[in-house]
Design a protein around this ligand. Sequence first.
Ligand code: ATP
Length: 474
Amino acid sequence: MFRRLPGDEARNLVTTTPDTAVVFRPAVVTTPAILTLIILAGRIVVGLVRATWRHPIAMLAAATPGVLTLVYGWRVALLLSTPTPVGLIAWALTNRVSFARLVGWRLLAWWRLIWVYRRHWQPVMIVSGLGRHIRGRDYLPRLVKVTCTPWADLVSVRMLKGQAVKDWADRIDHLAQGFGATSCRVALSQAGRITLTFPRTDPLATPISAVPLPAEPSVRAVEVGMQEDGQPWRLKVHGTHVLVAGATGAGKGSIIWSVIRGLLPAVRAGLVELWALDPKLMELSYGRALFGPRYAATPEDCADLLDRAVKVMQERAARFAGLQRSHAPTIDDPFVLVVVDEVAFLTAYQSDRELRRRISAALATLTTQGRAVGVGVLAALQDPRKEVMNIRNLFPDKIALRLDESEQVDMVLGDGARDRGALADHISPVPELGAGVGYVRLETSPDPIRVRAAYVSDTDICVMAGAFAPGGGA
Ligand SMILES: Nc1ncnc2c1ncn2[C@@H]1O[C@H](COP(=O)(O)OP(=O)(O)OP(=O)(O)O)[C@@H](O)[C@H]1O
């Protein structure tokens, strides 16, 4: 008698009779055609119910002309159905924004769900190793929903039990290639669920000119450029410290100057003081007039200026002790922003050991104690290795512009940033394409945001110096 065995176990059978092969003959049961048809019809009904449940409006729109044709004939159906598409086209032409928000992005999301993601889901999951094909069955992560924004597709996915976000983060290249996107970002949205972000367009592909000067003095987050989603990029400098790292020509200067530009009205109002350390004598010297006596270029002057900032900080801390725990800028106690261009010149490449020690100690003191009393540090550097900048972890907010090596990304932004999609080592070295482009990781959010700083040209700096320098000009 035949015992039914799973196919792949037949290989392991052995015969005890010499020179006799084991013959495995599977039982073939012919399914009646009527059963096949019933199963097929059942699947169609289930599919229709599921589609109606998930996309009621789309199903209604698709079914209405058919029903009208059946009940009243095609002429009446055509007459009654025409106003809807005509109305939609008119709406799209007259008010694009509201049409896109309420209809356009939903239609696109539905189309991309069907045409891009659902169509390629199974092969991409299996080939990338995120799904499994075991004994003829596919075990795939569940594609829950696709949402379209003006710049990207957000794909919500339920992971397989036992999968970790890192499994997905390790395969962002496979996912991007598989779904025809330039890149992919992974973020955990809730337990067991992740959101994959696939950009469709890149608003950061072309340089951005300098942001207009703010009309009102303010020390709140300064607009310094644009985020990947097309929204303004606002960088907070009061109440934190910011480290900007990038290879030579990455555009560190554009971040420094955009911050300075955004704070100038507050500087004029006496709510902010800019203290500049310019050991390379290149970047900040161009707008030197803006800093008045609070500008230093030689290592000795830089050490003295930093010591003065530490004194201001300590004097405030002594005054505030027991009275207030955070700083609100006033004319008596303005926000002091210490801007350091190429901090490694002072902390690593400085040959005088005593000066190096003084500068490192002052910077460490400012970055550990300054923010509560209104003293912030904005530092730029090229080489983020620990030997060069051993206090990089004291900066709560970090920006990685173009970097030379992939390992440097996590050195700047913290562990796991590159896995989450901060591909700072892939940014183009061509200035028009990549200068000022980078990834920001804020203290409050582990997910890096892709941004581009506005380019503050030499002419802009001259105009700023002419209009805002104490005493009236560069
Ligand atoms: N935000 C930007 N948008 C477009 N182009 C930019 C931007 N920032 C800088 N550039 C271009 O890239 C060039 C290099 O920029 P920048 O000198 O600021 O880089 P850097 O990172 O400060 O380099 P280094 O460390 O060598 O001083 C600039 O001359 C300018 O042409």
